[in-house]
Ligand binder design. Structure first.
Ligand code: FPP
Length: 228
C-alpha cells in the first residue's frame, strides 16, 4: 500500500565523512569539507522537491571527544558555510535554526549563528542544524523548562511543544548514511514514528538521486502509528 502521509520533514544523520577521507588517504578534515559541500547540495535539493523541513546532525555533544584539530575544522566549516551561503538561503526562502546547547561554543561562532538565524528569520522552509546537540539532554531541557513554568506533571504535548523543533512536525523520515544502525542520540523524542532509512553510502557521496531512493522507499512503507 502506498504511504498516504505527505513527506514534510526529513532528517539526516550525516555519517561517514572520516571513512570517505580515509579511503582517499586524506585527513579526516577533508572528509568534513566534502561533507559540508554535500550538506549544501542535499539541503538545496530537498527544498527544490518541496520538503518544507530539513534537520541535519552536524555535531553531537559527544563529538567534543574528537581531536581538537578535527573539532576546529568542523566549526571552521560552519563559519565558512554561514559566510558563503547566507544569500543562497535567503534566495531559497530557508530559515535556519540551530538546535543544541550553546554552552561550549565560542562567542564569535555563536554571534555568527545568531546572525544567520536573524537574517533568515520567517521564511517558509526551515533548516534545523543540530550542533552540540544531544537528544536526551534536549528532553531533560524541555522537562526542566516545564517545571520552571510551574508544571508538576507533564503531557506528551507539553514536551513536544518544548523541544527545539517544536515549530516543525516530527520527522517523517530519518536518513542515516555510513551504514550504522543506530540513532546516536539524535531526535530521540521526535523520532517516535519516523521511518528509518539507512544506506551504506558515505555522506560526502550522497546525491540527490540517493535522496530520491530514500523517498521512494518511504513511500512504499505503510505507516500505521500502532494501528492496523
Ligand atoms: C560524521 O562523520 C560527521 C560529523 C561528526 C560532522 C558532520 C559535519 C559536516 C557534514 C560538515 C560541516 C557541517 C556544517 C553544518 C557546514 P564521521 O566523522 O563520524 O565519519 P566516520 O564515521 O566515517 O568516521
Amino acid at each position: 500500500m502506498d504511504n498516504p502521509s505527505p513527506l514534510s520533514h526529513i532528517a539526516f544523520i550525516m555519517d561517514g565523512n572520516g571513512r570517505w577521507a580515509a579511503k582517499r588517504r586524506l585527513l579526516r578534515e577533508y572528509g568534513h569539507k566534502a561533507g559540508a559541500d554535500t550538506f549544501r547540495r542535499i539541503v538545496n535539493y530537498c527544498g527544490e522537491i518541496g520538503i518544507k523541513y530539513v534537520t541535519v546532525y552536524a555535531f553531537s555533544t559527544e563529538n567534543w571527544k574528537r581531536p581538537k584539530r578535527e573539532v576546529d575544522a568542523i566549526f571552521d566549516l560552519l563559519c565558512r558555510y554561514i559566510d558563503n551561503y547566507l544569500p543562497e538561503l535567503i534566495e531559497r526562502n530557508v530559515s535556519v535554526r540551530f538546535i543544541g546547547e550553546k554552552r561550549g561554543i565560542k562567542t564569535d561562532i555563536l554571534d555568527k549563528m545568531s546572525l544567520l538565524e536573524e537574517k533568515t528569520n520567517g521564511f517558509e522552509k526551515k533548516l534545523f542544524i543540530a550542533l552540540n546537540y544531544g537528544g536526551r539532554a534536549e528532553i531533560c531541557g524541555a522537562v526542566n523548562r516545564l517545571i520552571a513554568e510551574g508544571k508538576t506533571t507533564v503531557t506528551e504535548d507539553d514536551i513536544s511543544s518544548h523541544v527545539y523543533t517544536s515549530e516543525a512536525p516530527d520527522p517523517d523520515l530519518i536518513v542515516r548514511t555510513g551504514g550504522e544502525y543506530r540513532l546516536s542520540n539524535f531526535l530521540l523524542w521526535q523520532a517516535a514514528y519516523a521511518e528509518l532509512y539507512i544506506t551504506d553510502t558515505l555522506w560526502p557521496d550522497m546525491t540527490p538521486h540517493d535522496v530520491d531512493l530514500a523517498i521512494e522507499e518511504y513511500k512504499r512503507r505503510n505507516r500505521r502509528y500502532g494501528g492496523l
